[in-house]
Design a protein around this ligand. Structure first.
Ligand code: SF4
Ligand code: SF4
Length: 289
């Protein structure tokens, strides 16, 4: 996979670490491949870090699953901290590897307070999470991983990708987060990008956002009522009741963000996340303000 140059003006600077993953999520937008690519991307990323703009605010480590790099993940983080000491590091991980407390501890040693880990939780119910993650045992390892990260004082972004299999339980998930995962820095409810498995397996997994807005708003309200930080990613403002607009972020990476013709007449375009240019279809129910 060809990596885009690191650019100080972009809102999405990433180091792609591997196409491999120990999950096989049914909505994965970039389905994992069994391919021996860790060293290839590791060497490439060392060069990218060495030549990166020194004032980059944020760099994300993505995949696949970055923790499959093992200890090389920590070498890369140490290099980022040495070369780009003011840059925040955001790791997107399914969290399973952090079920090993020593691995979570090693991340804290390498990244200190510059690291945040974004971890997806697909359901509060073990079997649903494992079905969506495509891997038996994923839920238990992810939950244990979240606790081990929290024990190390590492910041966590909990990510809930809304889909046909989990949308009915969004309010129950919010209650679960309040009671059991209240240590997370924030919870992000995320609209799906309709690409990869989310498109090819759409009859099983795809649901139009307009259909889950009531459950989404109930979940956001519940977390907000308990004073947890909560955000909504990738949902256009015209699909959300106005009282929930303050939770919605301009979340889509600049290089894959687009608007439709009807957005041109909309007074909220500047604040709205718009759409994924990579999705094969637009959401239904779009209308300009
Ligand atoms: S954890 Fe992420 S990369 Fe791995 S299969 Fe799931 S969505 Fe894809
Ligand atoms: S019409 Fe376009 S810009 Fe306006 S809220 Fe809807 S998606 Fe956003």
């Amino acid at each position: 996979m060809k990596q885009r140059p690191l650019d100080i003006h972009s809102n999405d600077n990433t180091l792609f670490t591997t196409e491999q993953c120990n999950n096989h999520c049914i909505m994965c937008c970039q389905p994992p491949r069994k391919i021996d690519d860790i060293d290839h991307y590791y060497q490439q990323n060392i060069k990218r870090v060495l030549s990166a703009p020194k004032d980059l605010p944020l760099i994300a480590l993505t995949g696949g699953e970055p923790t499959l790099m093992g200890d090389k993940l920590f070498s890369l983080i140490r290099l980022i901290r040495e070369q780009l000491p003011n840059t925040e590091i955001h790791i997107l991980s399914n969290g399973r590897k952090f079920a090993d407390p020593e691995y979570a501890k090693a991340l804290k040693l390498a990244g200190d307070n510059k690291v945040m880990v974004g971890v997806p939780l697909h359901s509060d119910y073990e079997k649903d999470h494992d079905i969506i993650a495509g891997s038996k045992g994923a839920y238990n390892e992810t939950i244990l991983g979240l606790y081990n990260l929290a024990m190390q004082g590492i910041a966590i972004e909990l990510r809930i990708v809304m889909n046909k299999l989990n949308y009915m339980r969004l309010p129950q998930m919010a209650t679960f987060i309040h009671k059991n995962l209240s240590f997370v820095t924030w919870t992000a409810f995320m609209g799906m990008e309709r690409v990869g498995f989310a498109d090819t397996k759409s009859t099983h997994i795809w649901i139009e956002p307009i259909e889950y807005i009531p459950q989404l708003c109930q979940a956001v309200q519940l977390l907000d009522d308990f004073r947890h930080e909560v955000v909504i990613f990738n949902i256009p403002l015209c699909l959300l009741p106005e009282q929930y607009h303050p939770f919605a972020e301009k979340s889509i990476s600049d290089w894959k963000n687009k608007y439709t013709d009807c957005c041109e007449q909309c007074r909220l375009k500047e604040q709205c996340c718009g759409f994924f240019a990579t999705s094969t279809q637009l959401y239904t129910g779009i209308k300009p303000y």
